[in-house]
Write a protein that binds this ligand. Structure first.
Ligand code: NAD
Length: 259
């Protein structure tokens, strides 16, 4: 049987990289993506390739230009003939009060999170429908379900991504395709490390205070989540036993949204 093809957007670091490694290990032809040129991420590609005997391909595409989402999926289909799994993971954060947030920052967060995901889904669904099987996983956030101050663009885009997930799931429910959102709490990745400084400024706190009072205050477990935990869930959602899970927002948030 031909190997399944998985595309994970934003997969050169953090959660996306952990997901890519798990799919590579599980025998998928794994397609990596980020906005960086291939030569800048050669080491990361090698790292993922070590996990697998199947082909690992890298597609440079800046998803801050929404149309690149469709082009990216088209490039994957052109290279491998089909796409079986799409993980919309690329994301950025902007910490700012509403009154200080520029329209361009608002648009950048929204485009990468929401518009590009709409475009990748639109391009992938016809191919999945034609083979009556597909899995789409949108990496949303606990911030797709609840809000925090100073993250208006991110919170709004992630809420909308969950709406897109539910709508897509209903549209393709009879085509062997599931569409789900995973909603992590705080996972210690470069995205969160970058946020620390902005949060220190926004809240006028030290790094330790931000971790304790702002970030982990939300997580009853008082522990950062590991990228591997998100990757394991993504892989499970692609298994046959997960075929009836669709339109769901699966929280992996240390109890945050239970409060
Ligand atoms: P990260 O910064 O470690 O990785 C982000 C990835 O996206 C990188 O590979 C980067 O190259 C890529 N990327 C950024 N801008 C891009 C663009 N314009 N075009 C293409 N690729 C681009 O971040 P992470 O923490 O691993 O986050 C991954 C996803 O998980 C994001 O959608 C984020 O919102 C979500 N998430 C993260 C956390 C967390 O605590 N880390 C919590 C909830 C949700």
């Amino acid at each position: 049987m031909n190997a399944k093809v998985a595309l994970i957007t934003g997969s050169t670091s953090g959660i996306g990289l952990a997901i890519a490694k798990d799919f590579a290990k599980d025998g998928y032809i794994t397609c990596l993506n980020s906005f960086e040129p291939e030569q800048d991420v050669a080491e990361v590609i090698k790292e993922v390739a070590k996990e697998s005997s199947k082909e690992i391909a890298y597609f440079s595409a800046d998803l801050a230009i929404a149309q690149n989402g469709a082009r990216l999926v088209e490039a994957v289909i052109a290279k491998f003939g089909h796409i079986d799994v799409l993980v919309n993971n690329a994301g950025v954060q902007k910490v700012s009060s509403i009154e200080k947030l520029s329209l361009s920052d608002w648009e950048r967060v929204r485009t990468i999170t929401l518009d590009a995901s709409f475009q990748t889904m639109q391009a992938a669904i016809p191919d999945m429908v034609s083979r009556n099987w597909g899995r789409i996983i949108n990496i949303a956030s606990a911030h797709g379900l609840v809000a925090s101050p100073y993250k208006s663009a991110y919170v709004a885009a992630k809420h909308a991504l969950i709406g897109l997930t539910k709508t897509g799931a209903l549209e393709v429910a009879q085509n062997g395709i599931t569409i789900n959102a995973i909603c992590p709490g705080y996972v210690l990745t470069p995205l969160v490390e970058k946020q620390l400084k902005d949060q220190m400024k926004a809240h006028n706190m030290s790094e330790e205070e931000v971790i304790e009072i702002v970030m982990l205050a939300n997580q009853p477990t008082k522990k950062f989540i590991q990228p591997q935990e998100i990757a394991s869930m993504a892989l499970y959602l692609c298994s046959d036993m997960a075929r009836s899970i669709t339109g769901a927002s699966i929280v992996i948030d240390g109890g945050w949204t239970a409060k």
